[in-house]
Ligand binder design. Structure first.
Ligand SMILES: Nc1ncnc2c1ncn2[C@@H]1O[C@H](COP(=O)(O)OP(=O)(O)OP(=O)(O)O)[C@@H](O)[C@H]1O
Ligand SMILES: [Mg+2]
Length: 504
């Protein structure tokens, strides 16, 4: 601490003249003299133009209140309000002061609406924030809220506005068919799947090899994806984890089918896998010198696969695809609204698995640009660990491929329905949540607040807030920072996204 003469102390509230450290006495003196000259010149000019014509300052609107503050008793002046003196650190003051607003995430990105506390525009783009905001480790987004609060509307306007920024949007499963009008309005495509419809998807389709990947690596990647898909289909139908021998059986059956199909050449089908699993002798022969009878062990698997080939999903996923994946289309959605009406949503879940596997394998090109994958109504998937596992591996790939996943659920506790505490399903669901740097919470029922607060680490003020949010308004937690954002819709968007039409 240096001793300051009294003459300097008088200047404490004005901006002092800055002289660099280490400047010698003569140059400090010269700088002071120059400042004094400049001040004298400015004063002389002001006198020369007493009417203020020389001033270039723009005209400001008149102040709302006179300089002594707001008049009347509401001003809390007049000596009636007496508060005891209180001292605190600035850190405590920041916590105690109620009128704090976030500075925002910057102006880059897609316009969402209004930041309610800061009264400012709110924009968001996970690709821009990645690497710029501390703790923003991935582009994935979780969106939770009770029915009819505008979750899908947010996802759709996000899609629509992102397309204007050159992004592409993929909706691998649209169980309500509400994305089809959006896709057609934006020049995208929709594929409708269901009994009696002509659309077919072969989930074992191999995506074209990206230039940057070697042939051997690509073959390995496709094999891995196909195995993951077959595993999750089998797990969903069986309702349990696969046994080690069942894993081997799937492996062996897939290799045998792929070898046969390449000889023709044609793309393998799920029906081929089911047939291979149904021939124990051939499986045993293909397995070679492996201990145990593989054919016997694959019995349950064979029945599980049969459901996809001959059961309620017959034909839909067991034929060559009727559509080719078009990487230049701005939007692609798969309409599954004709499925799963019977209450048992296994058919829908199996269809979702096949449809998303088909789409995700087509999105493997790391040069495909920035893309959004929207899992609307993802809460339906939560009870199926097989699906969660597939989603998680997709999530992990997102950064490398330039893909942001958006998962829409109703309640945060949907994540807890994936299994008991400590179970694999629960761990997978919690892993998915951890892999979402952005969490958007729309209104939650009061009995859900506890789960939401615990899972997202909300403060009491935040959990109180999410119980009272109105339509289109949500708490955005972006890498630990919080915003209350009102999503604003253009009238065209409003009419395009209207899901209430049947209620009116
Ligand atoms: N920000 C908004 N401003 C005005 N209206 C909105 C807004 N967001 C949504 N809406 C309207 O609310 C209705 C319901 O929205 P939406 O279908 O997106 O809800 P949701 O949360 O997806 O419901 P569900 O859980 O049933 O899928 C729509 O008709 C939509 O037009
Ligand atoms: Mg919705």
């Amino acid at each position: 601490m240096t001793h300051r003469p009294a003459r300097r102390a008088r200047r404490a509230s004005a901006s002092p003249l800055f002289t660099p450290h280490g400047a010698d006495r003569a140059s400090r003196k010269a700088a002071r003299r120059q400042l004094a000259e400049a001040e004298a010149k400015a004063r002389a000019e002001a006198v020369a133009h007493p009417d203020g014509t020389a001033q270039v300052e723009p005209e400001m609107p008149p102040p709302l209140y006179p300089p002594h503050g707001r008049p009347g008793p509401g001003s809390a002046r007049g000596g009636r309000l007496k508060l005891p003196q209180h001292r605190m650190t600035t850190a405590v003051a920041a916590g105690a002061y109620p009128f704090l607003a976030e500075g925002g995430l910057g102006a880059d990105g897609v316009y969402i609406g209004r930041d309610v506390h800061a009264e400012a525009s709110f924009t968001f783009d996970p690709f821009t924030l990645y690497g710029r905001v501390e703790g923003f480790t991935n582009p994935n987004v979780l969106l939770a809220g009770v029915i009819g609060q505008g979750k899908s509307a947010l996802a759709k306007s996000f899609a629509l506005r992102s397309i204007a920024h050159g992004y592409r949007v993929y909706v691998p499963c649209d169980p309500k068919g509400e994305w089809t009008p959006v896709a057609s309005a934006l020049g995208g495509t929709s594929i409708a799947l269901g009994p009696g419809l002509p659309g077919r998807l072969n989930p074992l389709d191999a995506a074209p090899r990206p230039y940057s990947v070697s042939e051997a690596d690509w073959a390995g990647e496709i094999r891995k994806r196909r195995l993951l898909l077959l595993g999750s289909l089998a797990r969903t139908v069986l309702g349990r984890d696969l046994l080690p021998m069942e894993h081997t059986a799937l492996d062996v059956a897939l290799d045998a089918v792929v070898t046969q199909a390449t000889a023709f050449p044609r793309t393998p089908l799920l029906g081929d896998i089911a047939a291979a699993l149904n021939h124990p002798d051939q499986l045993d022969a293909a397995a070679g010198l492996m201990s145990g009878r593989l054919g016997e062990a694959a019995r349950d698997l064979a029945h599980a696969m049969r459901r996809l080939v001959h059961g309620d999903l017959a034909g839909m996923f067991d034929a060559p695809s009727t559509v080719a994946f078009d990487p230049t289309s701005p939007m692609l959605t798969i309409d599954l609204s004709r499925l799963g009406g019977s209450g048992d949503d296994t058919a829908l879940v199996l269809a979702m698995t096949c449809a998303s596997a088909w789409m995700e394998s087509a999105l493997m090109d790391p040069n495909g640009g920035r893309r959004w994958i929207v899992y609307d109504e993802a809460w339906r998937l939560m009870r199926h660990p097989g699906l969660l596992q597939r989603m998680q591996s997709q999530w992990k790939l997102s950064r490398g491929l330039g893909i942001a996943n958006l998962m829409v659920i109703h309640r945060l506790s949907d994540l807890l329905t994936a299994g008991d505490a400590g179970s694999k399903g629960r761990a997978l669901a919690e892993g998915l949540l951890a892999d979402c740097s952005t969490r958007i919470v729309y209104r939650q029922e009061t009995d859900q607040l506890h789960a939401a607060a615990a899972l997202l680490g909300l403060t009491t003020v935040e959990s109180e807030a999410i119980a009272h949010l109105n339509r289109g308004r949500g708490l955005w937690k972006v890498a630990g920072r919080s915003f209350i954002v009102q999503h604003l819709l253009h009238p065209h968007e409003l009419s395009l996204f209207d899901t209430d039409a049947r209620m009116h």
